[in-house]
Each structure stands twice: as C-alpha cells, then as structure tokens.
Write a protein that binds this ligand. Structure first.
Ligand SMILES: Cc1cc2nc3c(=O)[nH]c(=O)nc-3n(C[C@H](O)[C@H](O)[C@H](O)COP(=O)(O)OP(=O)(O)OC[C@H]3O[C@@H](n4cnc5c(N)ncnc54)[C@H](O)[C@@H]3O)c2cc1C
Length: 550
C-alpha cells in the first residue's frame, strides 16, 4: 500500500482516539460504580440494608464531580462538560500535531506555509472519512463504542468545523503562493489542468454547508440547514476530482453512509399502523400510538418519524414514551410518541390531525426508523433512580420509569428500591396528554407497594390561575371516565433542582443514585451541579442527560 494511504489511515486512526477514549471512560465509570457496590463491605464486616453502597475514595469523588460540573463558566458558555472539553482538546491537538509537526506520515515536497497548508489538506483527507462515519445513524462506530448517534453528532460537528479550518488553510496558502507568483487567475481557470478549479469548487460547496450548519440556522431554520448540508455531495465529488487520495477516503466514508441509508430505507418501508392519533390542544401536542410488527426498541430510545402526507424526505426524531415488554411477550410492539407543535413540520402534523378529526388514525400514514440512542446508565443496577424532566423532555424519562416498574412487576432482577419522578411543566393543561402513562405508573406503583417505592411530583411553574384545581374537581365529578388525569400529582411553584436532590440525599444518605434528566440546557446544567454537590464518599449521583437538540 502506498505510504500516502498509510498516512491517511494513521491520521484517521489518531482522530478516532477521543471517541474511543470517551467510550472506554464511560464503560469504566459505569463498571466501576457497579463493581464497587457489589464488593462493598462495611468496616465492621457486617452487611445491613441501611448501608449498601461502597465508600468511595476522595480521588474518585473529586474526579466524579469534576466530570459532572467541569468548569461551570465554560460549561455555561459552551454547553460542554469537562470530559467533552478534554476530548475536544485531544481532537484539536491531534489535528494540530499532524499539521504543524513534520511527521513521516505527512510529507510534501514544498516548504514553509505552503507545506503546512498541504499537510492540513492531508489531515482533512482523514477527517473526510471520519465525518461521514459519524453522520451515520446505523453506525459501526456506535456498535463498537456504544456511543449513540445523538452523541456522535457532536464529533461530526467538531470534525466539520476542523475540516473547514484545514481546507481554508490549504486554500489560503495556495492562493498566497499563486499571488506571489502572479499566476492566481491562470491557476484557477486553467482549462487544461482542471485540478485547481475542482479544488476551488469543492471549497465553495464546503463554505455553503458549514455556514448553514451554524446553530443560528440549525435551530431556527432546520430545513434550510438540512438541505444545504447536501452540498457535501458537491464538496466530495469535486474534492475527489481535485485529488484522487481524497476520493479514496471519502469513498470509504460514503460506503458507510450509503449502507446506513439503505438500512434506513428498508426499515422505513416496514409497515407500521397508526392505532391512535389524538391532538391535545391545551398541551399543543399530538399523542401517537403506532403498531409496528418488526420494530424493536429499548426504553429511553428515540425513533425517526416520517409522515408521508407531509413530506417524503423529512424524518424527525422523537423519543418513545412507551417501554417495551421486558419479557418480550408481545409479537408486535406498540409505540407511543408525544409530538409537540414547535415549528413547520409539527404544525402541519397538528393541522392534518385536526382536519381529519376522528378519522386521523386512518388517514395519516407514518413510517418509523429506530430505535436509536440509549441511556448511558443502567438504571436497574442502582438502588435509587431519579428522573428530572422539563416539558416534552419527559418522554424518554417516562419510558425508563415505566420500564423499571414493568421489570419489578415481572419479578426480573433489579437493585431498585425507590424511584423518584420530578417533572416541571409550565401549565397544568400539559398533563392530560400524558394521563394514560402517568395513571399506569400510579396504578403499578400501588400494586408494587412494599417492593418498590415510587414518588411522583409534577411542578406547574407558570401561574395558570388555579385552572388545574378546577379540573381536579371536574375530574372527581366524572370519576369512572376512560382515562383519569392524575391532577393530584400537581404542585404549584418551581423548586430548585438542588433542593430536591438534597431531599433525596437526606432520605438515602448511603445509596448510589442514577439520575436521568431531559429538558432545557439550564435544567441539565442544574441537575449535573446538584448531582455533583450531593455525591460523597457513601454514595454517588451518576447522571444520564439528554436534550432534544442535534
Ligand atoms: C433525540 C431527540 C428526541 C426528541 N424527542 C422528542 C419528543 O419526544 N417529543 C417532541 O415533541 N420533540 C422531540 N424532539 C424534538 C423534535 O425532533 C423537534 O421538535 C422536531 O423535529 C421539530 O420539527 P419542526 O419542523 O416542527 O420544527 P422546527 O421549527 O423546524 O425545529 C424546531 C427545533 O427542532 C429541531 N429539528 C427540526 N427538525 C429536526 C430534525 N429532522 N432532526 C433533528 N432536529 C430537528 C430544530 O433544530 C429546532 O431546534 C426530539 C429531538 C431529538 C434530537
């Protein structure tokens, strides 16, 4: 194999280091907590129910806290924890080393800045492969590392921006060189040797998809971001024409990408029946129940949904609110989703459900691709599990809560003794959309009394003038209705997450606690801080966090 190809392989392998480090660290961390708990023996050699957790070393606690909160100011600014910051530093550092330090892997016959620019293009070749690999939903990288697609997107984003810097450096140094020679225009427009024209076009395509990837577009004009991203095809094709080594590596990445596309296509063709589709106007949300014969998923996962009548191409991610049967008894899975009306696509969905009225389930056709992602913690191995969520962020948390309860009901092995569910909603009228799930949890909790304790609290944070209290009266009057909305769970106000955690810590001073959080970034940050503050030698609060932003 030519040395040029070896070098690109070495670079690609080096770029993967942060991903594998993250995976190794995550697995070590989880295994360490489980192992410590299994092997813990109290100082007096006896075991008592009141103390089942290990005594952690000071170093372990310090590291745990550091990983959770990192550098608070930087976390608030970047939304990254310490481990992400370390990974980013390694990633950028690896890139810099290959660009700046003359290594035997990246050789060029030119010198000075031009040489550095060419090396940057080399490293970009490795990145081209990495970018495509991290853009696949059904990814071999996910299988090997256990890092789900929604987290992998972070690496995709990093590599995109770093690739842009590499290619910009390469372009600028080449342009500078031609300028010095006074041949800039001839070089670009040389019709006999089109390589430079291809390179220029490739870079221009890149500018388009990088510019529209900015959160400004990604969060506000998702479709614009999404369709502009396909400029990557132009970038790759012209990049390949510009330099055959690039073609080789991006072709390898493309192979994974197309493989993923084929899997997605095949999956999306599998039939799925809409069983029920209900619009909850007060919650501004649609609740969907699907029956998908060959669909399998785990609690806390999400799926991509396509509504054929709205758009053939648009697939939107939604966490499943339901949890599968832990014994796999049903032949076909029923999947529940809650879709909040936040933008163009979800608005159109709401309108079509309203238009179809009672026939909505018969007229709206959906396809499902999943399940993707998975909670980073195994909640069944902790004596205490605590779920914090805000608004529609409740969906994955409710799914995991239900799965833990179902496990306990089936008598499957679990370390869970107590489950806490804290949900913040702005207005009480969000509750009816989740009435079925919440009532089911309440009923199961009643049956499990003495085996598994479940505490559920729902906080109404905006003043809705006691609307729910009136609803509570109405509900009481209509007892015996189809599904009861558990308004009695509601409490007014917005208690600090830290205060709730202190209460949990006081109730379980020596237990490890698994925390799941999904909601706005500020809620995730508060939860991580509260978990760090309440972790001590006798018990750690480990956190799995999610936010609905890719
Ligand atoms: C892992 C995950 C799980 C989610 N689970 C739920 C859920 O259970 N319930 C729920 O109501 N919402 C959930 N969301 C959010 C949901 O995907 C978006 O609200 C929805 O796609 C909005 O599309 P829109 O066109 O109506 O709104 P837009 O105004 O186009 O977008 C609103 C927001 O959604 C993002 N978004 C839009 N389209 C997509 C897409 N195709 N892929 C990723 N993000 C997109 C945008 O960046 C923006 O931040 C989840 C998102 C993710 C990433």
């Amino acid at each position: 194999m030519p040395t040029t190809q070896v070098s690109a392989f070495v670079i690609t392998a080096a770029l993967l280091v942060p991903v594998f480090l993250a995976s190794a660290f995550k697995n070590f961390n989880v295994s360490y907590v489980v192992w410590s708990r299994r092997n813990w023996k109290p100082a007096d050699g006896t075991r008592s129910d009141s103390k089942t957790a290990p005594s952690y070393s000071k170093l372990r606690i310090w590291f745990h806290k550091l990983c959770l909160t990192g550098v608070p100011q930087l976390t608030a600014l970047t939304g990254m924890g310490l481990s992400e910051m370390i990974q980013l530093t390694i990633f950028v550092g690896t890139n810099l080393i290959f660009v700046v330090v003359p290594t035997p892997f990246v050789q060029s016959e030119v010198y000075g800045m031009l040489n550095i620019g060419r090396r940057a293009a080399w490293v970009g070749t490795g990145l081209g492969f990495f970018i495509l690999l991290t853009a696949t939903r059904n990814s071999i990288l996910e299988t090997v590392t256990g890092i789900p697609f929604d987290r992998m997107v972070m690496y995709h984003r990093w590599s995109g921006y770093v690739l842009y810097l590499h290619m910009a450096l390469h372009s600028v140094t080449e342009l500078q060189n031609w300028d010095r020679q006074g041949t800039m225009w001839q070089q670009i427009t040389n019709t006999k040797r089109l390589l430079n024209l291809y390179g220029t076009l490739s870079f221009l395509f890149m500018v388009v998809f990088v510019a529209f990837s900015h959160s400004l577009f990604r969060r506000r004009f998702f479709n614009l971001f999404y369709y502009c991203h396909f400029a990557f095809v132009g970038y790759t094709v012209f990049g390949g024409l510009h330099w055959d080594e690039y073609a080789l590596f991006s072709a390898a990445g493309m192979l994974f990408y197309f493989f993923d596309r084929i899997i997605r296509f095949v999956r999306s063709r599998q039939s799925c029946t809409v069983v029920s589709l209900k619009h909850f106007s007060s919650a501004n949300m649609v609740r969907v129940v699907l029956r998908a014969p060959r669909f399998s998923y785990h609690a806390g996962q999400y799926a991509f949904i396509n509504v054929t009548g709205l758009s053939l191409l648009a697939w939107h991610p939604f966490s499943m609110t339901s949890a599968p049967d832990p014994l796999g008894r049903s032949e076909e899975e029923y999947v529940t989703l809650h879709i909040k009306n936040v933008g163009d696509w979800s608005k159109k969905l709401v309108e079509s459900v309203q238009e179809a009225g009672k026939d909505a389930a018969k007229t709206v056709r959906m396809s499902i691709d999943g399940g993707h992602g998975r909670p980073a913690l195994d909640f069944t191995t902790f004596p205490v599990a605590l779920f914090v969520s805000g608004g529609v962020g409740v969906t994955p948390m409710l799914a995991v809560l239900q799965s833990l309860i179902k496990r306990a009901e089936c008598g499957l092995p679990t370390s869970n003794k107590k489950l806490y569910f804290f949900w913040y909603i702005r207005i009480s009228s969000t509750l009816p959309a989740f009435a079925e799930e919440l009532s089911a949890v309440q009923d199961a909790a009643g049956r499990l009394r003495g085996v598994l304790d479940v505490v559920m609290r729902v906080f109404v944070t905006a003043d809705d003038e006691g609307e729910w209290r009136r609803s509570l009266v109405k509900e009481d009057e209509m007892k015996g209705g189809v599904v009861r909305t558990p308004y009695e769970l509601l409490e007014e106000g917005k208690p600090e997450v830290g205060k709730l955690f202190s209460e949990v810590k006081a109730a379980h001073p020596s237990d490890d606690v698994a925390v799941g959080v999904c909601g706005p970034q500020s809620m995730v940050n508060d939860t991580r801080s509260a978990a760090a503050a309440n972790s001590d030698r006798s018990g750690l609060f480990s956190v799995h966090w999610e936010s609905f932003e890719l």
